[in-house]
Design a protein around this ligand. Structure first.
Ligand code: FAD
Ligand code: ZN
Length: 466
């Protein structure tokens, strides 16, 4: 490892003193945490680098690779798995100044952006061109496209438009040794060998630094219908999903399920008037995005009315305005406000199994936690049409070790051959549990890829696997 002061001076020589700076108390606070964990500020940050171009990213990586200095890529720091939080001495590489929207191609339906562009800025740019960028999640105002792609973010509309992986047509990334991989293509079809862009997507900054991407855009929806339905149990959640799929076809864009304890917290406990009375077996928020407001709203009302007649839905509220739709979505997005509630601190889970097994999975997790630790309070919600369940365990007021709860939950997920992380990634927090979802052969292949692309292990060390 080079001398600490030399590293900063060298980097300043390479990219300028504006770009490579010494950490101070404020920047250390900011660059050693994500949305879930606070890391150690005395971890040994050698320099904070805010490159303005791919060339600067390349020069910094080449320098660090030659000297075996760890590099910590950072986006908007909204991650939930500790992936962007440094765990040892390193140079922090923040993409926040690479914020150019380079091109919007209406004919191709693409937008080409630098990695540091904030998700919401992409949504707005698309909207201004009468197009639609569907990736959306609670951290939209600060997470960056580079971070979204590096974590293969999901969110609320995966059911219709897919995850980040499905929305990236081209990518530019810099390898550990500074080599720039320019695959910024706008084509949908490209069968010319290995799909290298997919290597970087979801690799959590361990295989390369993403510097720009070409994203897919879609026609801007002309209508949006949103409502919430009460049902008695998970069997009814599945019946309603079948009806929503056949009744709405491709217009179905969100199917979000909230179990009763979640609904109680999101409404009464947080001072909100519940749109439907508490006490039902589950609440389902259904959204459709279409092309023709009046017939779309009529179809929406018909599908829900038929589900009520069939005894699947016991009660429902359909938004009559955009404001009412936003209020319904606020319930589902309420986890973003939990840090101000009694449900904090919490231990969050982001697991997936096939959709048909989610109800069983939730019951098994609840039964096991209650049997072993009756004092635990666990809330359940999720993107069930994607097979994705979020579980949140309140950590205040008891002394059950996190590790015991994690092993219990992940053991059940593994029995369903599910994934211990549907959306948020492994980061540093889930490394001990990777084996629940990945076989030894899979982990060995991942290690071999890492070894090939980053032989000195400088990129985001201590993440994904040790
Ligand atoms: P960071 O947190 O800065 O980094 C995340 C990881 O990506 C780190 O490993 C980092 O090293 C790496 N990275 C960042 N930028 C780059 C780059 N340019 N090149 C290489 N590696 C890079 N996620 C979902 O999937 N679905 C949700 O519904 C969802 N809801 C959320 C709601 C809230 C309120 C919040 C705060 C977060 C939510 N998330 C959700 C988490 C989500 O994954 C992250 O917020 C986001 O995708 C990460 O982007 P970021 O720019 O903040 O990345
Ligand atoms: Zn989610």
């Amino acid at each position: 490892m080079s001398d600490e002061r030399n590293v900063l001076q060298d980097l300043q020589q390479i990219v300028g003193a504006e770009v490579a700076v010494a950490p101070d108390a404020v920047s250390l606070e900011r660059h050693t945490r994500d949305n879930n964990i606070c890391g150690r500020k005395d971890v040994g940050i050698l320099a904070l680098v805010y490159p303005r171009s791919t060339g600067q990213v390349s020069a910094v990586l080449r320098y660090c690779n030659e000297r075996g200095i760890a590099v910590q890529p950072q986006g908007g720091l909204t991650g939930l798995a500790g992936g962007a939080v440094p765990v040892g001495p390193c140079v922090v590489l923040s993409l926040e100044r690479m914020r150019a929207i380079k091109e919007l191609d209406v004919e191709a339906g693409t937008i080409t952006v630098e990695a540091g562009v904030v998700m919401e800025a992409v949504q707005k740019a698309a909207d201004a061109a009468e197009l639609f960028f569907p990736l959306d999640l609670g951290g939209r105002g600060s997470c960056q496209i580079g971070g979204n792609v590096a974590t293969n973010a999901g969110g609320n509309r995966v059911l219709r438009y897919g995850m980040a992986r499905d929305l990236v047509l081209g990518i530019e990334a810099v390898l550990a040794d500074g080599t720039v991989i320019d695959a910024l293509r706008k084509v949908i079809k490209n069968n010319t060998g290995y799909d290298l862009r997919q290597l970087f997507i979801g690799s959590e900054g361990t295989l390369g630094v993403i510097t720009a991407v070409v994203l897919r855009l879609f026609p801007k929806p002309r209508s949006a219908c949103t409502g919430i339905c009460a049902v008695t149990d998970y069997a009814a959640v599945l019946d309603l999903l079948r009806r929503a799929r056949s009744g709405f076809g491709a217009q179905l864009s969100a199917y979000e399920v909230m179990w009763p304890d979640f609904y109680q917290l999101a409404t009464l406990d947080m001072g909100r008037k519940p749109p439907l009375p508490p006490g039902s077996g589950a609440y389902v928020l259904i959204e459709t995005l279409g092309t023709d407001p009046q017939p779309d709203q009529e179809r929406y009302e018909t599908v829900i009315a038929e589900a009520i007649e069939a005894g699947i839905v016991t009660d429902a509220v359909i938004a009559q305005s955009q404001r009412e739709a936003i209020e319904l979505w606020a319930l589902r997005d309420s986890p973003g406000e939990w840090s101000n509630s009694a449900h904090w601190p919490q231990l969050g889970f982001d697991v997936s199994v096939p959709t048909g097994e989610i109800g069983e999975l939730a019951e098994e997790i609840r039964a096991e936690l209650t049997a072993r630790w009756p004092e635990l309070i666990a809330l359940f919600f999720g993107h069930v049409a994607d097979g994705n369940l979020h579980v949140s365990v309140r950590m205040a007021g008891h002394s059950v070790p996190e590790l015991d709860i994690e092993n219990a939950v992940y053991g059940i997920v593994a029995r369903h051959r599910g994934s211990i992380s549907a959306e948020h990634g492994i980061g540093s927090l889930k490394i001990p549990f990777l084996h629940f979802s990945r076989s030894e052969a899979e982990i060995a292949l991942m290690r071999a890829i890492k070894q090939t692309m980053d032989p000195k292990g400088i990129l985001n060390p201590g993440k994904l696997f040790n």
